[in-house]
Ligand binder design. Structure first.
Ligand SMILES: [Zn+2]
Length: 508
């Protein structure tokens, strides 16, 4: 095996399965472009058969991304594989990723199939995928709870059927590093065919071992790691891309391995994913948390000032962290804004740039300078919005009365299609009253799941960013943001955007 470790990013597939992380097609495309800039080897763009929207997103990403392999996920079913190929076939480098569960518990309880039937299905799936595409990845779902010898049999048979990458997922986040190392070693010792393909791992963080398990597998010979930016993903998440990469880079003396990642794009990618998914990065998160490079204790500060290497094993610049600088004044034009956005990995349409510029100018009229974070918050807000014709609902006006000794009361006027509707509500506070007024028009099928208010830059006249999560009766959850100097306006636009998103959910 070579000394290159391939980074397989599944932020847009497994990461997007985090509760409330759903992204619009435009948002997915922006993240995919940034992942390409970051230099990931494979982008798993989605699960094409799962919805029309997912199919479209995978297809658009496949058409546009040139430097990374674009991969779609499919169960080991003929229809899944056919649809997956339709979605990825226009990619410069397409990959079909198919999977079936191989642990006893999954085979008995979920698939209700005997081991031999499972192998037969897996082999058939790989052969079908191979008819379309030379690059085929096969995953043994719940591999870490699979019988060792059965696992070896499945791997051997699927390689013979044409799989070029074999993935060993710790689907439920159950493995312990040493145990996982033994499993990977057992595979290499018993399946000679593995020498001709790439062995991959995909670890979940339920016990907090995702990164450690990934790294020990690499030590044992795995050469592809599946991971997500900021470690997002189902339940406790997936192995964090930035942690896996910076371990391999910072401790190259130990691992002696290469990655193709441009680490200077890590911070930018992290921030983009956090903004667009609405999933914040904890302050003390390794590599990309706000505190990761803050040396506050007196002893450390002294050490860092006299010689950086005393306490710093990585430099903030290594991951592209530049600090937050003032960039935009009242007179900055469209062009300057476009340049800054491009540097940050955003390519925006003319219509979007107009909206962003308008919003920036309006804000600049009220406060002297605008920081880069303000601009990015505005840009993310504009990009995340559904286009005019996708948005069913528009806010025409609202009014909120609150104060001490007054019951907070709100009224709103919405345009829904061609109709105008008026609603009112009271609440424990002004935001509650406002959201009740909006929901009084919509009815009880929709609930406001989460409301989060943050000032973008700090200070009394800062931009307010409101993130909401909205849930429908079927349990679908979407997140939406609203950015404005006025908290009420930001709240109203976040709620309306959330409603528009939930109504178009799954409809592409
Ligand atoms: Zn997973």
């Amino acid at each position: 095996m070579g000394n290159r470790v391939y980074i397989f990013d599944t932020t847009l597939r497994d990461g997007e399965q985090s509760p409330g992380a759903s992204l619009t097609i435009d948002e997915k495309l922006i993240v995919a472009r940034q992942l390409e800039r970051l230099g990931v080897d494979v982008i798993e763009a989605g699960f094409p058969i799962s919805s029309e929207g997912d199919f479209k997103a995978v297809n658009m990403i496949a058409k546009e991304i040139k430097d990374s392999i674009v991969c779609g996920l499919s169960r080991a079913l003929p229809k899944d594989i056919d649809v997956c190929w339709e979605a990825v076939k226009e990619a410069e480098n397409p990959r079909i990723h198919t999977f079936i569960a191989t642990s006893n518990i999954h085979m008995q309880k979920k698939l209700q199939k005997k081991p031999d039937e499972v192998i037969e299905k897996a082999v058939k799936a790989v052969k079908r995928a191979k008819r379309y595409c030379s690059d085929v990845e096969f995953s043994l779902e719940d591999a870490t709870r699979t019988d060792y010898d059965f696992m070896c049999r499945v791997v051997r048979e699927t390689i013979r059927a044409g799989a070029t990458v074999i993935n060993i997922p710790d689907t439920v986040g159950y493995a312990i590093p040493k145990e996982f190392a033994n499993r990977i070693k057992y595979l290499f010792d018993n399946v000679a065919e593995l020498d001709e393909v790439i062995l991959s791992v995909h670890c979940h963080d339920d016990l907090g071992n995702a990164v450690s398990n990934s790294l020990i597998a690499v030590e044992m010979g795995a050469r592809q790691v599946e991971c997500c930016v900021n470690g997002i993903g189902e339940r406790a998440g997936n192995a964090a891309l930035e942690e896996v990469v910076m371990n391999l880079v910072t401790r190259k003396d130990y691992f002696g391995l290469e990655v193709g990642i441009n680490t200077k794009e890590i911070y930018r990618t992290s921030r983009m994913v956090s903004e667009l998914t609405g999933i914040e990065v904890q302050r003390n998160k390794a590599i990309v948390g706000k505190n990761a490079f803050a040396h506050e204790s007196g002893i450390h500060q002294h050490g860092v000032i006299s010689s950086k290497e005393t306490y710093e094993i990585m430099k903030p610049e290594d991951i592209g962290w530049e600090g937050e600088n003032l960039v935009i004044g009242k007179h900055s034009g469209r062009h300057a804004i476009k340049l800054i956005l491009e540097k940050e990995g955003y390519r925006v349409s003319k219509e979007q740039l107009d909206m962003i510029t308008k919003h920036v100018k309006a804000l600049a009229d009220k406060q002297k300078t605008i920081e880069k974070v303000d601009l990015l918050a505005i840009a993310n807000d504009v990009i995340g919005r559904l286009s005019e014709n996708q948005a069913r609902m528009k806010l025409k006006e609202f009014n909120v009365v609150s104060g001490s000794g007054v019951t907070p009361t709100a009224s709103v006027r919405l345009q829904i299609g061609d109709e105008e509707k008026i609603g009112s509500g009271i609440g424990v506070g002004p935001v509650d009253a406002l959201s009740n007024a909006i929901l009084s028009i919509i009815g009880s099928d929709i609930t406001l799941e989460e409301y989060n208010l943050k000032s973008v830059t700090g200070g009394a006249n800062a931009l307010a960013k409101v993130t909401v999560k909205v849930r429908d009766r079927e349990g679908n959850v979407v997140s939406a943001t609203g950015v404005d100097e006025d908290i009420m306006k930001a709240s109203a636009s976040a709620i309306i955007e959330g409603l528009n998103k939930i109504f178009s959910y799954g409809k592409g």
